[in-house]
Design a protein around this ligand. Sequence first.
Ligand SMILES: C[S@@+](CC[C@H](N)C(=O)[O-])C[C@H]1O[C@@H](n2cnc3c(N)ncnc32)[C@H](O)[C@@H]1O
Length: 291
Amino acid sequence: MHAASTRRFWTSYQPGYRASEAPMGSREFFDEVQARRYALEPDIPEIVAFERWADRDVLEAGCGIGTDAMRFTLSGARYTGVDFSPSALALGRRRARGTDARFVEASILDLPFPDGSFDLVYSNGVIHHVPETQRAIDEFHRVLRPGGTAIVMVYHRNSLNFYVSIMVVRRLLASLLLVPGAAAAIARLTGERLEVLAGHRELLRGHGIRYLADPALFLSHNTDGPGNPLSKVYSETGVRRAFSAFADVTTQVRFLNLRAYPMGEQLERRARVRRLGRRLGWHLWIQATRP
Ligand SMILES: C[S@@+](CC[C@H](N)C(=O)[O-])C[C@H]1O[C@@H](n2cnc3c(N)ncnc32)[C@H](O)[C@@H]1O
């Protein structure tokens, strides 16, 4: 039941869909999605070091529309992307046309590969959306070769985005959405799209006060957009526990995420804000070795 609604959500929405007004799947669309992603999140290439994976077997678990796939492939990795969203995979395949990148429709909870198939399992912003997160991590462990690396990003609990932007600011703004004219004013103030605000308004109508009062429900709909069935947040201690079958586990925090604020994206690119993101950021990156 949960898997079906999650799959439906990720078939209608993917990171990048709101990053460009160009026709989806056009050259211009892919260029704009890519430019915005690495301008806002330079920590992705910094942490992943795409060039390090040349001539290695790389699995991306939850590859979405293949933005990072291109970086791996152009760096010379033997790349396989897995996702359960057919629409995301279609865009990924289109984008990577003419390369050797392979895209496979499957669940990250049941990876269709033999034990010890990959040198790197990379998963950016995926395992916090599945109820069985530990099972996904166990699958990553299984398909890695001994000495192989997992690089995984999950949402960070001890962050400005969770405690302030989502739990206080967004809740406050959401509580105003039934007031006539409020959605338009919030859109002007924050730059949020009207259709996204309309989605939150529908959730508020449907769930009533529970939409604001249930932290798990509100969190799920306020990370990747309204309609997302599940998002979870993790502490450093929690991920270390989840990766306890791995060796050399290190964590890093990045990306403050100021999307809820006026001029948030411009601020996000400032060096001082990036530095703050290293302490209170929304993205908790884990690197670990399969013994
Ligand atoms: C937030 S998006 C991240 C996409 C991509 N990693 C990126 O950084 O743009 C989450 C992705 O995980 C995929 N996903 C979620 N649960 C999955 C599962 N159980 N099996 C396979 N893919 C899954 C979704 O379809 C979606 O493409």
